[in-house]
Design a protein around this ligand. Structure first.
Ligand code: CP
Length: 329
């Protein structure tokens, strides 16, 4: 049987085989080329996607919304405060009604302990694909764009590359675990050796780490944990330094912030970047806490590929939507 992505939910890359992920990336490259040429790509003509955002977004909302327009369809932006969700309408009723009106439902819901459960409750009852625009566990659109960006910079053969996924200090908000968790799961499947660096206590979810270790074992790659940021950077090809909340170091936001404040030295700066290989790149999903997570010198410097990474959100979003909401009739 061939690859069939039509009508599939996109909640985590773990639900997809390597061949299926490769197809998503191949289609992303094709859509990127066609976008550059101004060629029409109306694979979702007259189709409707409902986007529900419990949390703020710049890249995700606009890559999905612009992407749907470019694919010939339309995306509705829905804020829970202006839906009957605000009065407690059940996930089942929301899912069934929206899936009768359109061709896909996409949700961002990052509240720790709730987001992923809510997405799965909607997916269970929706007759159309459920697309995860980031929850408390996974951010599959981000990691697909990250993988595409690394492939572009290293000519698609990623085996043996050392990627450092490092915690960094931030103050803007408690950033979800979903970006580093999706990266630690996906990168070993593409042959990369991963070093996960964070101050003691700022662990990722144990179940995710177990799955990531299994992925690394199956692909013969290394997955290491370090509690020394500078040491972790040694000989790296790719540095991804960004904050995550530290949901195991405190019960309340105040307690977590107090713990975070002990680690202001976890900043990605020139000195640390110079520990990495000469050709090393710096990545960040954005939004970045400039001069807390990373210095301006690094994020605006020769290492940084952040805008290519952000642009690839558009091409990968279009690929996943076209494959799951369109495809063979
Ligand atoms: N990287 C990312 O998801 O960005 P937004 O929060 O702006 O959507």
């Amino acid at each position: 049987m061939g690859i069939e992505l039509r009508n599939r939910d996109f909640i985590t890359t773990q639900d997809f085989s390597k061949n299926e992920l490769d197809l998503m990336l191949d289609v992303s490259y094709d859509l990127k080329k066609k976008f550059a040429l101004g060629e029409p790509t109306r694979y979702l003509r007259d189709k409707t996607l409902f986007m529900i955002f419990y949390d703020e977004s710049t890249r995700t909302r606009n890559s999905i919304e612009a992407g749907m327009t470019q694919l010939g369809g339309h995306a509705h932006f829905l804020a829970p405060a202006h839906m009957q969700l605000a009065h407690g309408e059940a996930a089942k009723d929301t899912a069934i009604v929206l899936s009768r009106f359109g061709h896909g439902i996409a949700i961002r819901h990052c509240l720790h302990g709730e987001g992923n459960k809510y997405l799965n409750a909607i997916a269970k009852h929706s007759k159309t694909p459920l697309l995860n625009l980031q929850d408390d566990v996974y951010h599959p659109f981000q990691v697909l764009a990250d993988t595409m960006t690394i492939q572009e910079k290293f000519e698609r053969n990623l085996r043996g590359l050392k990627v450092v996924i490092s915690w960094a200090y931030a103050e803007s908000h408690l950033k979800p675990l979903s970006v580093p968790q999706s990266q630690v799961l996906m990168f070993p499947r593409y042959g990369m050796d991963v070093t996960l660096a964070y101050p003691e206590g700022f662990d990722l979810m144990p179940d995710i780490m177990n799955q990531a270790k299994q992925n690394a074992e199956e692909t013969g790659t290394k997955l290491e944990v370090s509690h020394d940021m500078a040491d972790a950077f040694k000989d790296a090809d790719v540095i991804i330094a960004k904050n995550w909340g530290g949901f195991y170091v405190g019960e309340t936001e105040e307690a977590i912030r107090k713990e975070q404040a002990k680690h202001k030295d976890w900043i990605c700066d020139r000195k640390k970047m110079e520990m990495a290989k000469k050709h090393a790149i710096y990545m960040h999903a954005l939004p970045a806490d400039r001069n807390r997570e990373v210095t301006d010198e690094v994020i605006d410097g020769k290492w940084s590929v952040i805008y290519d990474e952000a642009e690839n959100r558009l091409h990968t979003a279009k690929s996943v939507m076209a494959l799951t909401m369109g495809g063979r009739p």
